[in-house]
Design a binder for this molecule. Structure first.
Ligand code: DUC
Ligand code: ZN
Ligand code: ZN
Length: 492
């Protein structure tokens, strides 16, 4: 017996048409008109869109960062992803300084496998590229990891120099892997930040002054040129500004294998309206690169329309706005980073440290914000409902392109015969107002508070099993599966 999704409108990256979809076991086995329902469970999709489950290739679940650990883990993060219409994501393993890539991988496996409720892959964030680590890179392919992330920012923490980046690109090119960069000039930022603090400019809004758009544009251009010379596929994460978009466009015009993404927040939030809010409110919106201006939003909408950028992710990395509640210092002294959930479970008021770590010093505010649950809904509302992008382009950006670029298509990212039956049943008419009161993320704020949207998932299915039904959660820990990805993915 299979499941027959009847009378819906199927949206893929290329087509939008009325069709029935039959799922048997974990995969789609037939798409057609008026399919025979005999022997199958029927799901009436009249008036609904059937879209592939969304894919977010840029998340940081349970990431130790900025003196604390990001709140959502592979339990809450996965539930929130699914309630937002996504069924897969790729998180970043971080190599420990002084350790190996496999040390990092073991840590991320221990965080994820027993909790996972949707499917997930890993990128490898390389932080300490010693000679023996360079030699370790090809063995990542045996683990299903085909993408390396390198940081051109976070001096004295994660930042690598140009020699290291170029060498990594050459190894990646030989192996059919892809290099991702966080492109900001960390040396310049490291000069600007102490100067601002010495001048008494300590409020959250000065985070943006410490990381101006020029340092993103410069680093993006440098990475693009190096990728062109190395012949290495490059994917620039969290592009926020015109100079960075133009650097990618120039590279693509020259035939370099370069691509990029932006993240939802960079289409909506501004320094003036959010980062510069009175008091410490702006801390909620601190991420790197910083949020920018309305002019940058317009550039990004155009870039996802014309194909200069290929995906919209979230860089989801959330911290309490009002964290550090209860005896957290004593707990931190006696426990490992992975045990913050146990600390918070002791008393509903207890919280691990969060944004308040940077009261009086913007440089100490943990970078990042919540967003993985709202990604599909806000981009549908402001992309599709507003007429900026078509429904098929929406699916391409949110589902198919990320699957193609990162080596998991057509198993993931489309609705086709043989694909995993990851399906969001999307009600285009359902209205909702986004709020922290109804979010499934582990957070005390959301950045789209009060935003009205029309169109949201009614049901979500993962490999043929229903995991979201309206407001009800049907997913199960350890049902989410690691996605082993293939090298040699296409450059779009
Ligand atoms: N930027 C953020 O804002 N958070 C996590 C990591 C990053 O690069
Ligand atoms: Zn980054
Ligand atoms: Zn990130």
């Amino acid at each position: 017996m299979g499941t027959l999704f009847r009378n819906g409108t199927v949206i893929t990256a290329s087509d939008m048409l009325k069709a029935d979809v039959l799922v048997e076991g974990e995969v789609v086995t037939l798409i057609g008109l008026e399919l025979d329902a005999a022997g199958h469970e029927v799901v009436d999709c009249d008036g609904m869109y059937l879209m592939p489950g969304g894919i977010d290739v840029h998340t940081h679940l349970e990431l130790p960062f900025g003196g604390t650990v990001s709140n959502d883990d592979f339990d809450t993060g996965h539930r929130a992803l699914a309630f937002g219409g996504s069924t897969s994501h790729i998180d970043f393993v971080v190599q420990p300084i002084g350790g190996s890539l496999h040390d990092g991988l073991e840590t991320w496996r221990a965080k994820s496998a027993h909790l996972a409720q949707v499917d997930y892959g890993f990128h490898m964030a390389v932080t300490d590229l010693r000679d023996e680590v360079m030699e370790e890179i090809p063995s990542l392919l045996d683990e299903g990891i085909t993408s390396l992330k390198l940081f051109m920012a976070y001096k004295n923490v994660f930042q690598i120099d140009d020699t290291t980046l170029f060498r990594a690109m050459q190894v990646a090119a030989q192996q059919g892997m892809i290099v991702m960069v966080h492109a900001e000039n960390g040396d310049v930022e490291a000069e600007l930040t102490p100067r601002l603090l010495a001048e008494g400019k300590v409020e959250p809004k000065y985070h943006a002054s410490s990381r101006p758009p020029e340092i993103e544009g410069e680093a993006t251009n440098r990475a693009v040129v190096m990728a062109g010379l190395a012949g290495c596929p490059l994917y620039v994460v969290h592009v926020t500004t015109r100079a960075a978009v133009e650097a990618i466009q120039r590279g693509r015009a020259l035939g370099y294998p370069v691509m990029g993404e932006s993240c939802t927040q960079y289409f909506f939030l501004t320094v003036d309206d959010h980062l510069a809010m009175p008091g410490f409110e702006g801390a909620k919106f601190i991420c790197s690169p910083p949020i920018r201006s309305d002019a940058d939003h317009r550039v990004l909408w155009q870039a996802i329309r014309d194909g200069s950028l290929q995906h919209v992710s979230t860089d989801h990395c959330n911290f309490w706005y009002k964290g550090g509640v209860g005896p957290w210092q004593e707990w931190a002294a006696a426990h490992d980073n992975s045990e913050w959930v146990d600390y918070e479970a002791q008393d509903p008021s207890y919280r691990r440290p969060g944004k308040e770590l940077g009261l009086g010093n913007f440089a100490k505010i943990p970078n990042g914000m919540p967003g993985l649950e709202e990604r599909m809904m806000v981009m549908w509302q402001h992309g599709v409902n507003s007429g900026r992008i078509s429904p098929t382009r929406f699916v391409e950006l949110m589902c198919s392109n990320p699957a193609k670029i990162f080596g998991m298509y057509p198993k993931k990212g489309t609705i086709a015969v043989g694909s995993d039956a990851d399906i969001a049943i999307w009600d285009p008419n359902e209205e909702h107002v986004l709020s922290v009161e109804t979010t499934h993320m582990r957070t005390d704020y959301i950045v789209y508070e009060g935003m009205p949207i029309r169109g949201r998932p009614r049901q979500v299915w993962l490999r043929g099993r229903k995991i979201v039904d309206g407001d009800n959660w049907l997913g199960r820990n350890a049902d989410g599966r690691f996605i082993a990805r293939r090298p040699g993915a296409p450059v779009l």
